[in-house]
Design a protein around this ligand. Structure first.
Ligand code: ADP
Ligand code: MG
Length: 367
């Protein structure tokens, strides 16, 4: 079980070009120029102070989709085919780039983690089938659902067919499964993209009915890879999750519906952070049962690899939300760098991993 938390600071948007960038990526200490691992942000109460937060890696406004994929996600594909489950989360305030990171844009360069991941999986399939001269067959199937107000909805179902109560979850030999979830085979990138695009349309249709629904639901894509030989069947799953916005909705609008939404979002994100924390500290008790999202994902139950991408906006209008997002990921942590022996399950070439996932916040006074 390993966990990695990385931060990604998005560039200024067109409308923000006249604004200052207040969130920056830095290398740690006075090491030789290396990839950044620290996010620095001013203290909103005192401009001469700043807070720093450490991550396994930090990507700044210049990082491309390709870089993020190559450095963080590509190494997990090998583990997926070795039978490990992989879970990738995008966490952050609405407007910070979660969907851009996970799904991305239409152009090749803009494609996000998900299409690149699938492309990489299909490439690996062809390689395995060729290397084993057809002795190993690989099948790929996907399911895609969202969790909204702690209810599970199948994104292959058009919104008008949804049952308001959502799909039930049952325990099946110690694993939680969503009952009645559609699973679609997808054997090529093209097939995958058609299914994925259609499901995303289902997601945005329900978004126009319910006010900004999509920023308040978790979208969970599960891709199941089954490798079959004459004697063995090996199944592993990669889950890619575009989480609900982590902003405190109560602050902006406190009507009743919003309160229900925001308490279920806050709870599931809180449990998620606790699970990530518990896994990173190799604790035996992972509180995954305490929210539907973490329960379905069986976070911490399986041997697996978890990657959390913390998306951040660089501008002042997000200042408090950014800080609470950073603090939130940090809240339950009291880990000192280099004291926790977290042997990561995968290593990146030429770049040592920080021993803890996040430390801080450290206050630094500027001279
Ligand atoms: P979220 O899903 O977190 O609400 P989005 O992914 O929709 O945020 O991003 C908000 C806006 O910022 C979108 O217009 C998106 O295209 C843009 N954006 C986010 N990240 C990047 C990036 N790394 N490079 C360029 N544009 C980005
Ligand atoms: Mg989004």
């Amino acid at each position: 079980m390993s966990v990695r938390v990385v931060a990604r600071i998005r560039p200024l948007l067109k409308l923000e070009l006249d604004k200052d960038t207040i969130v920056t990526a830095e290398s740690q200490g006075n090491e030789a120029p290396s990839s950044p691992t620290v996010v620095r942000i001013p203290n909103p109460r005192n401009d001469s102070e700043s807070f720093s937060f450490q991550f396994n890696s930090v990507y700044d406004n210049e990082a491309t989709q390709q870089q993020l994929f190559d450095q963080e996600v590509k190494p997990t594909v090998k583990h997926l085919f070795n039978g490990f489950d992989v879970t990738i989360f995008a966490y952050g305030v609405t407007g910070t780039g979660k969907t851009h990171t996970m799904r991305g844009g239409k152009s090749l360069a803009d494609r996000g983690v998900i299409p690149r991941l699938l492309s990489s999986i299909y490439r690996q399939n062809r390689k395995i089938e060729k290397d084993t001269a057809g002795g190993t067959q690989v099948e790929v199937a996907m399911s895609y659902y969202e969790i909204y107000n702690d209810k599970v909805f199948d994104l292959f179902e058009p919104p008008e067919k949804r049952t308001p109560a959502g799909l039930p979850i049952r325990d099946n030999h110690g694993k939680s499964v969503v009952v009645g979830l559609t699973e679609r085979p997808c054997m090529t990138l093209k097939e995958f993209e058609q299914l994925y695009d259609q499901a995303n349309i289902n997601r945005s249709t329900s978004a126009t009915k319910l006010n900004a629904h999509s920023s308040r639901s978790h979208a969970i894509l599960c891709v199941k890879v089954t490798q079959t030989t004459e004697t063995t069947v090996r199944v592993s799953t990669v889950s890619a999750i575009d989480l609900a916005g982590s902003e405190d909705n109560r602050r902006t609008d406190n009507n009743k519906e919003r309160l229900v939404e925001s308490s279920s979002i806050n709870k599931s994100l809180f449990v998620l952070a606790q699970c990530v924390e518990a896994i990173s500290r190799k604790q035996s008790r992972i509180p995954y049962r305490e929210s539907k999202m973490t329960r379905i994902l069986s976070l911490g139950q399986n041997n697996g690899i978890t990657l959390m991408i913390l998306n951040l906006a660089p501008v002042k209008s997000y200042h408090l939300d950014t800080l609470s997002s950073l603090n939130f990921a940090n809240r339950t942590k009291k880990i000192e760098v280099a004291e926790v022996e977290n042997e990561p399950a995968f290593r990146l070439p030429a770049k040592p991993l920080a021993a803890s996932i996040i430390s801080g916040p450290n206050i630094q006074r500027q001279p």
